[in-house]
Design a binder for this molecule. Structure first.
Ligand SMILES: Cc1ncc(COP(=O)(O)O)c(C=O)c1O
Length: 409
């Protein structure tokens, strides 16, 4: 059974049908070409972009403030935005220690010095205090602060609390009072929206830019975009990550995928409204079953959640838990025909503890036992129960006995 939807999804029939339809209608032209096919493709792209933005923001006026640069997805968008901002003057980047590698690596590469890491094992107050001290003791004046947040954490499903944005903005306002530098803008908010796209769209109303990948909602891998406020167009155009055209991103555009995304987003948007309770129900089934297993075999079970102010809520799409003493890797390898994920990244020579879980202050012993089950509305409840009762539960029973035996030796 496939339960790794946070990693990627099957391509939806809507996407496939849309591509076949556009192709058969000869809407495959190069939108940059000055002829009938090019104009038609460009019209289709522009129209679909409008629809996508309207579906995301649910408000035409707000949607109209944004545009989309289509690209290979979130990793590229994160690099694109962080790179362009690194080319501005006097910029400090503030980011999360629990962010996705795409954020961590981009910050390391483009902002090796001017960065401040929010530490999710500390309280918000302590982090804010540290940020204040960092600014006061800094040898530089920072004109802008780029704040990079994750709407939904890919390992834990924690949903970011938007209040953190105004708290950091206030710190910058205070800082500006004591500095002599007067810039036009205080903070630029970038949201890594990969896991929240079309699921938790509220936060993006507060974003100056955010990223998404189509494959997280049933589109093709290697397609996605950077959604940005139009006032950022100049910065992005002046500092392209990929050159080779006159636009923000060089390369031939893909109108067919844009139309497919439009059709998919429209469906997701409508389907989520109709079936909002489905996902919560499936989530609860998993939680109940895990608790039942823990009780039956008397194993300590923890749900690896952010308990602090950072996370206002928990996404029902992602469950991260640990049966204490049963390593995530062992659990995964005993589920040969089923697909769940661990919180740890394994490389051939060492088992690395997840930087997200350790960044939240979760002990190594628990973090190494973490596993992630991620779902979407298409998961069949009967199949899910069958998996949990007849394959997951026996695997836990077996590993728990191994653990006890091991302990006795
Ligand atoms: C939170 C988050 N950010 C960024 C990415 C990178 O997305 P992509 O591999 O589609 O570029 C992922 C992928 O899983 C993710 O979960």
């Amino acid at each position: 059974m496939y339960l790794d939807f946070a990693a990627t999804n099957k391509i939806s029939q809507i996407w496939i049908d849309s591509v076949i339809h556009s192709n058969s209608k000869n809407l495959f032209g190069n939108p940059g070409s000055y002829h009938k096919a090019g104009f038609e493709a460009l019209d289709m792209m522009e129209n679909s972009t409008k629809n996508i933005l309207n579906d995301i923001f649910e408000d035409k006026e707000i949607a109209n403030q944004y545009d989309i640069c289509y690209n290979s997805g979130s990793t590229e968008s994160i690099n694109q935005f962080i790179y362009a901002m690194s080319k501005q003057q006097n910029v400090l980047i503030v980011y999360e220690n629990v962010a996705h590698k795409a954020v961590l690596k981009s910050v390391q590469k483009y902002f090796p010095e001017d960065n401040f890491k929010l530490d999710f094992s500390l309280t918000v107050e302590d982090n804010l205090k540290n940020l204040k001290e960092f600014l006061e003791n800094s040898q530089k004046y920072y004109k802008r602060c780029v704040l990079v947040l994750t709407s939904v954490n890919n390992e834990t499903g924690g949903i970011i609390n938007p209040e953190i944005i105004s708290k950091i903005d206030n710190i910058f306002k205070d800082y500006r009072k004591i500095s002599t530098y007067v810039g036009e803008r205080l903070i630029d908010v970038f949201i890594d929206h990969t896991q929240g796209f079309m699921k938790n769209n509220e936060i993006v109303h507060l974003a100056d830019a955010f990223c998404f990948s189509a494959h997280k909602i049933g589109g093709m891998k290697g397609f996605g975009g950077l959604v940005y406020k139009k006032e950022y167009e100049r910065i992005l155009k002046e500092n392209p990550l990929i050159v080779g055209g006159y636009e923000i991103r060089g390369g031939t555009k893909d109108p067919i995928s844009v139309k497919a995304l439009d059709d998919l987003v429209d469906d997701k948007y409508i389907r989520r409204i109709i079936s909002g309770d489905t996902i919560v129900h499936l989530h609860n089934v998993i939680v109940w079953k895990l608790q039942e297993i823990a009780n039956e075999y008397k194993i300590e079970l923890t749900f690896n959640k952010h308990s602090d102010f950072y996370m206002k809520d928990q996404s029902p799409y992602i469950i991260n838990a640990s049966f204490v003493g049963i390593e995530g890797e062992s659990l995964m390898s005993s589920l040969i025909d089923d697909c769940i994920s661990t919180g740890s990244a394994c490389n051939s020579s060492e088992l690395k503890t997840s930087h997200v879980l350790s960044g939240m202050g979760i002990k190594k012993l628990i973090a190494n036992c973490a596993f992630r089950i991620s779902i979407d509305e298409t998961v069949n409840e009967e199949e899910l129960k069958d998996f949990l009762d007849n394959r997951f539960k026996p695997a836990i029973k077996f590993l728990a006995r191994m653990r006890t035996r091991h302990g006795e030796e």
